[in-house]
Design a protein around this ligand. Sequence first.
Ligand SMILES: C[S@@+](CC[C@H](N)C(=O)[O-])C[C@H]1O[C@@H](n2cnc3c(N)ncnc32)[C@H](O)[C@@H]1O
Length: 214
Amino acid sequence: MVKTNLPKFPDSYIGKKAVEYDSLRWMERNQKRTTQKILNFLDDKKLGKINHNFEKDLPLYILDLGCGTGFSSEILINAGFRVIGVDILEDMLSKANNKKTKLKSHNLELILADISHLPFKTISFHYIVSISAYNFITHYYNSQREKVKIVNNTAKYLYKILKDNGRIIIEFYPENVEDLELFTNSFILNGFEGFIVKTNPKQKSGQTFLLLKK
Ligand SMILES: C[S@@+](CC[C@H](N)C(=O)[O-])C[C@H]1O[C@@H](n2cnc3c(N)ncnc32)[C@H](O)[C@@H]1O
């Protein structure tokens, strides 16, 4: 696997680092470009038929897991979604909140929460996405047993809050092949169908996407 200079959680996102993150134009460009790719993956034909029943449901609800300062959420709003952005850090969410005010958007709701302990009660979402954040859910766990438990419980919960035929697209940075397998299996074992897409696998710019359907 190619080594990249990836941000370290939480060092890269607290206090001044959150301010710096939000001011980085290349970061904004990357996050927005990746979100565009995710939008294209939402109706990837290899995932099977689109649920046309969703057309009756407008607006479509999309959950942005680890929304950070809202670069990804902004693209999702512009694509017409009602966006629920979740992040574990207040410093990052406060920047996202500034964007919400600037955009005067009623289509963004921000929630302070951990991806692995989400506060939703009902089947609410047509789509769930996560851009450069999902790999962090195992950050505070050392043993493999704990990691397996947290990724499994999270996948099970996401299955519960996603509407039938809904889709999850995750762009993330697993540390190695075993880590990628850990995340992928957690979804497949909990009822999702799907596959992995890798872009430029041998380059620093390479990305890993998980495309999943309930
Ligand atoms: C690369 S940044 C944000 C990317 C975001 N897509 C954007 O457009 O700014 C990753 C984010 O994941 C958040 N994060 C890390 N672990 C998390 C967790 N367990 N639950 C929720 N958010 C988490 C971090 O606080 C950080 O804001």
